[in-house]
Structures are given as structure tokens and as C-alpha cells.
Ligand binder design. Structure first.
Ligand SMILES: Cc1ncc(COP(=O)(O)O)c(C=O)c1O
Length: 419
């Protein structure tokens, strides 16, 4: 036990999404030293399965040799350069690849540096699009109850999880919030207010942070139809689901629809480095394209927008997806995960079991998540329940045997936690 490091951590760091009093009193912090594939090791040499892909970012495993090599190659060329008026090879290659793997209607890539900023960009872009398209009254957004789009104030404004978002209400802009069943509720709102609505923003198929809540694919199809009918932009926040998590490259593919704007981050760099994109159509892009003195420029950009190191890893990530047929290779693992979820069916207090792609979730009747987290760590797995929901979201390089093992650990941890 490295008590000196533990003490310094407690003394100097304020951890995200963490009640620091619990952190201090519950268990010593897990100080990670290294990772390989689905495993991470702490500084005492204990090994854990990363059952949640390090906050849903890691797709191809930790310390992937090809991704490491891409990063090393790039660092000796240029570590960072601004993207306003400048460009560099990795962002160009990446933008081309992204446009190739998304539907033809999506034509332009706007870079930023994390999921929340990708959403901020989408909201500002949608709003400004209408300002510059002779419909300046279209200033409002519809978002879904239970949605989570990030932690900056714009993305919190379109959030719908009281525990994370309610406190900030006085700081936020007003939105219309749709309730279940979402398509009916959205139509009711649109019928009355469509003239003032700029966009509908959704997490596709899975409302992840709310506890891996899932809604039918048909809803996505309906969202597209309603947006077309009432002349509203569909913003698809694929930050958590993009790059294979649902078993397709992007979740919107399940419904065969094309959003007007998509937000990507997390898995874009296979979980290596902060990078995000907001991809949109030629039509939206054209509404900003004019002489400078018309002031239609999109005045948005972050210091580290389109960082070359991150972009070079993202390019390599997409090459691996293509060359190693990652999406195809997931299909048997998806079935294996689905089968393994049956282990939880007869445990006490289980309320619901949900599954799509490489996500499995077990919802309990009571909030027993904290104990399960601790018991799973003792048994060599990182699970970080969301309230009543224990979920699995492993890196895609997990084998079927390792899925068996991860879910076995979870069963034991749950039994121990329930006492
Ligand atoms: C759907 C969705 N959108 C946006 C975000 C925010 O991304 P970031 O944490 O990179 O800001 C998240 C993060 O979990 C997310 O799940």
C-alpha cells in the first residue's frame, strides 16, 4: 500500500462525480499504474478487468500496440497547432475517413475536444443555422427526460436527470422536455411549438447515464419523421454509443435514418485522448458560408480543437476498425454477453435486465451499487454502478471466456453485497 501517494491524492485532488467524503472514508483510492487489453493494474500489482471501458471510452483495449505506435510517430512531428486558419495531416485524414463511414448527407466535420463540447457545438450550430436561414424565431430545443449530454451549461440545459441537473436550473436555458413514450410527447410539443423549435437532441437508443435505459429502435425512426414533418433539426448525440457500442458503427444505423447533426467523442480515439467532432450536412454548413462582413462565421473553437496527437490515434483507430473488421467481430461477443445476463435473472432484488450490443445492465429494486463496486474490486473487476443499475460495458477486445469471468465476478459481488 503506497500510503504516501494515497495521502497526496486525498490532499490535492477533487475527483469528478465523486462525493469526496465517501472517497476519503470508504476505501483507499485505486491508483492505477498500467493497462493492457481489458486489464488495468494498480500500483500494488493488483489486476482488474476494466468492466466499464474507463468511463465508456476504451474500445480496443488499453495500450494497444498500433495506437501506441501511431501516437509515438506523431509526437516527433508536431504535438499541437491551432486549427483556426491552420490545418494538419491527421485532422484531414480523419475528417475524410469520418465522412466516408457516415451517410453521404453528412459532409462537414467540426472539431472540438470532448463529448460536452461536441454537444455545445451542435446546439450553437443548430441555433445559428436558423438565425441565418430566415427563421430566427427557431431558438428552442426539445430534449428527452432522463437524457445526459455532458456537464457544460449548454449540455446540462438539455439534460434530464434531476440528481445531476436540477440544482443548476437558474443557470440554464429553457427547453421542452419530452416524456415517455417519447414520440407521442414530442409530437404534442411540436404540434404547438414547432415554429420556435430549432432542434431535437437525443441519445440514440440508450440513455446511458440515466442507468442504461433503452428505448425501441422505432422511436429513432419516429424522431426523424417528426423532425422532417415539423422542420426541426435532429441532433444525434453518439458520444457514448458511437464506434460500435450498440453493435453497429453508429446507433442511428439500426433505424436506417440520417440525423442532421451527430456528436462523437469517447471512442473516436479508442479512449486514448480527448477529441470530439460534430458532423453535419452541406445545407447547414452553407448557412454559415458568406463574406466575412455578413457575420455568419461560426465563432466557436477550443485551444485543443483537433489536436494532432489525438487525431493521429483516431485515424489509426478507424484503420483498425476497418482492417480487423471490429464490428463483425463483435457479433458473437454480443450474443455471449446476452446469454451471460441470464445469470442475474434469479438473483434477489433484480428489477430488470437490459441488453444491446456490448452493453448489459441489471437494474435492482434498491440502490446497492456502492457495495457491489467494492465487492467487485476485491474480486478483480471494475464495475461502477449507476445508482440501482449494475452494467457491463467492456472494451471490445474482451474474449467470450472473459465475459463469462466478468459476469461471474459480478454475480459473486452482488451476492456478497446483498449479504
Ligand atoms: C451521451 C453523452 N453525451 C455527452 C457526454 C459528455 O462527454 P464528455 O464526458 O466527454 O464531456 C457523455 C458522457 O458520458 C455522454 O454519455
Amino acid at each position: 500500500m503506497h500510503t504516501d501517494l494515497t495521502q497526496k491524492d486525498l490532499k490535492y485532488i477533487w475527483h469528478p462525480f465523486t462525493q469526496m467524503k465517501d472517497y476519503e472514508t470508504d476505501a483507499p483510492p485505486l491508483i492505477i499504474d498500467r493497462g493492457e487489453g481489458i486489464y488495468i493494474w494498480d500500483i500494488d500489482g493488483n489486476k482488474y478487468i476494466d468492466g466499464i471501458s474507463s468511463w465508456w471510452v476504451n474500445t480496443l483495449g488499453h495500450c494497444h500496440p498500433r495506437l501506441n505506435a501511431a501516437l509515438k510517430r506523431q509526437i516527433d512531428k508536431i504535438e499541437h497547432v491551432l486549427l483556426a486558419g491552420f490545418s494538419h495531416v491527421p485532422v484531414i485524414e480523419l475528417a475524410e475517413k469520418l465522412i466516408q463511414i457516415t451517410p453521404p448527407e453528412l459532409a462537414k466535420v467540426f472539431y472540438s475536444d470532448n463529448g460536452s463540447t461536441a454537444v455545445e457545438v451542435a446546439l450553437k450550430m443548430a441555433y445559428q443555422y436558423w438565425q441565418q436561414s430566415n427563421q430566427p424565431q427557431k431558438t428552442k430545443f426539445i430534449a428527452l427526460k432522463n437524457s445526459y449530454h455532458g456537464d457544460t451549461l449548454g449540455s446540462v440545459s438539455v439534460g434530464g436527470i434531476d440528481v445531476y441537473h436540477k440544482l443548476y436550473k437558474p443557470l440554464l436555458f429553457d427547453i421542452y422536455q419530452a416524456e415517455m413514450p417519447y414520440p407521442d410527447s414530442i409530437e404534442t410539443i411540436l404540434k404547438e411549438h414547432h415554429k420556435e423549435i430549432a432542434g431535437l437532441i437525443v441519445e440514440p437508443l440508450v440513455q446511458a447515464a440515466a442507468g442504461m435505459l433503452m428505448y425501441p429502435t422505432e422511436y429513432l425512426t419516429q424522431f426523424r419523421k417528426l423532425c422532417d414533418k415539423y422542420d426541426v433539426l435532429l441532433i444525434d448525440d453518439e458520444v457514448a454509443m458511437g464506434f460500435g457500442r450498440t453493435g453497429q458503427m453508429f446507433a442511428f444505423e439500426h433505424a436506417g435514418i440520417v440525423p442532421d447533426i451527430i456528436c462523437l467523442a469517447k471512442g473516436l480515439t479508442a479512449g486514448y485522448l480527448p477529441l470530439a467532432v460534430t458532423i453535419t450536412t452541406e445545407q447547414i454548413y452553407q448557412a454559415f458560408y458568406d463574406d466575412y462582413d455578413k457575420f455568419k462565421t461560426f465563432f466557436h473553437g477550443h485551444s485543443f480543437t483537433g489536436n494532432p496527437l489525438a487525431a493521429s490515434v483516431a485515424v489509426e483507430n478507424l484503420k483498425i476498425f476497418e482492417e480487423e473488421k471490429i464490428i463483425e467481430s463483435l457479433q458473437s461477443k454480443i450474443q455471449c454477453l446476452k446469454k451471460n445476463l441470464e445469470k442475474f435473472r434469479n438473483l434477489d432484488y433484480v428489477e430488470d435486465i437490459r441488453h444491446i450490443g456490448m452493453i448489459g445492465a441489471v437494474e435492482f429494486k434498491e440502490n446497492i451499487g456502492k457495495n457491489i463496486y467494492k465487492e467487485a474490486l476485491k474480486r478483480g473487476a471494475v464495475l461502477r454502478p449507476l445508482g440501482k443499475v449494475v452494467y457491463f460495458m467492456p472494451p471490445y477486445v474482451i474474449t467470450e471466456e472473459e465475459i463469462d469471468r466478468l459476469t461471474d465476478i459480478a454475480v459473486d459481488a452482488i451476492k456478497a453485497a446483498l449479504g
